[in-house]
Design a protein around this ligand. Sequence first.
Ligand SMILES: [Zn+2]
Length: 671
Amino acid sequence: MRKYFLLLCLPLLALLCAAQTPTNYDSITSTVDKSENPCSDFYQYACGTWLKNTEIPADQSRWGSFSELAERNRMILKGILEKASADKPGRDAIDQKIGDFYDACMDEKAVDAKGAAPLKPALDRIAAAKDKAGLMEVIAHDHLMGTNTFFDFGADADLHNASMDIAEIDQSGLTLPDRDQYLKDTPHNLELRKSLVDYATALFKLNGQSGAQAAESAQTVLRIETALAKASMDRTERRDPKKLDHKMSLDATVALAPDFAFNRYFTAIGAPAFTDLNVTNPDFFKDVNAILASESLDSLKTYASLHVMTVASPWLSKPFVDANFEYRKALTGQKEIQARWKRCVAATDTALGEALGQRYVELTFGADGKARMLKMVSALEKSLGEDIQSLDWMSDTTKVEAQKKLAAITNKIGYPDQWRDYSSLTIVRGDLLGNFERANEFESKRQIAKIGKPVDKKEWGMSPPTVNAYYNPSNNEIVFPAGILQPPFFDKKMDDAVNFGGIGLVIGHELTHGFDDQGRQFDPQGNLRDWWTAEDGKKFDERASCISNEYSNFISVDDLKLNGKLTLGENTADNGGARIAFRALNETMTPTQADAKIDGYTPAQRYFLGFGRVWCMKQRPEIARMLVLTDPHSPGKWRVDGVVQNMSEFEKAWSCKAGDAMVSANACRVW
Ligand SMILES: [Zn+2]
């Protein structure tokens, strides 16, 4: 199960960025539309000029401040990779790996000349399986290459002993992003299923099946994936870690779902010996066992083949790339495929993130950045501590425990202390799919090798150039890659007010994740343990349901409303983060500073403008529909308006009045 709570979601392929005139963040007013009334719609006020002047680039499905920053990072990475790919004598090991990976990816001619050939060994292995148990051994091999055929296997921190990693199997096996897209017959979902069938048909044809055969194969895939979707727990339910907590013996797991041939699978994938594992969703494995038993070996092979082809198709010849893009277009609304260099920069970051990242931080991240960031983090931690003490709904008993958890939170800033060692990973010029498969295998094996070992607390879950941040409840840590420590989040030239609204809010957001409806279930050591009195737990739930009901009424696209329960943790973190960042700002200012205006705005107003502009964002209707279903984050507009209407601090800063849209009559507050 993925336990990282991110600042924002990057769906499907990382959202890469097109060349577009970037917003000038030197003035806080550059995105503002002064003809709007901040008390009526603050997002429109803070982002109005940006919204007017910005088009989503054709090769993007959404666009915002995050994308503009990611675009700048992307250009830096491109420069690094072009330099490293020049095959000069004396290149060091890092430049050889990242340079040759990028070069193989950019060599479109060589890739096109090979056609479907690089896929053949993997498809032949599936075809050669003699029985279903033999097929599970082949699937173990496919999992190493990055497929999600039937289920996922890996290592994760033990929910009850977070200092140790244990084996875990989790539901998976779908091609569309969400189970509901198979099960709910809305017109949009029917279209998505059709594009999945078209995509699968195209891939089977490219591998030599006749039109009729390929269409039948695609229907087989849809039938099996629909059955997997039915067996899957929905995304909202999966937000409760208690529902994913089922540690079982290996013997009991084998008995639960005998057709998975787990003993042969674990041997084939090279897992170290273990006796217990977490089975996140035992019902899924029981139900899928029935699918394995009832479907023919040929049908299961057809399904497994599609998964091998889907993972490989973006890195094969043009017809495969085009088929893959047609399918993504239907999902996201993106109009044009990205330039190849953008796809190749992203692929290198995924494959060799801590090698490429090492070069990136050498160029961009100075020691002063880390020092300023540490100061901000400690200001925000102090502010959250005071916030907890001031809560009128929480008992002293729970407050003591909450303070213990806060004091135990650790932080990571910029980049890892110890870089990942890629020396055992072979990267070859001219072998794109081979590089891609070996990089996936390297990562899968690295994960599997953790089973039964102490958790590596120094590990990072994101590469340094990433424009994002996260909270990991098992480590009770907040993590900020160097990529996000730049304008508009963090700007050395700006006053504190703007920076507290930007990166201060981000820090506050991640800290609050430790205390949202999921995070609060983990203790200071990262174990799933209830440290709340029953009475305080009940009061927390009442306050959380105020937020959940509030956001359930916000519209994302057309008449489609947000799922307040799916987005509860993120909305709680947005609200708590904004409040404690504002509190932290006020503590740094003298009364004279608090009255001093810059560009006509008080520090309090500049704080809210700094916060608002971070979320200026546009998205295409297709991806908006998908994100409502899959993304635990609210869209930009509600990450701003949803928060400020709950804050009396906002009302005061902008002299709004009761009855204004940005002053909620029923303001929600957890933290
Ligand atoms: Zn978050």
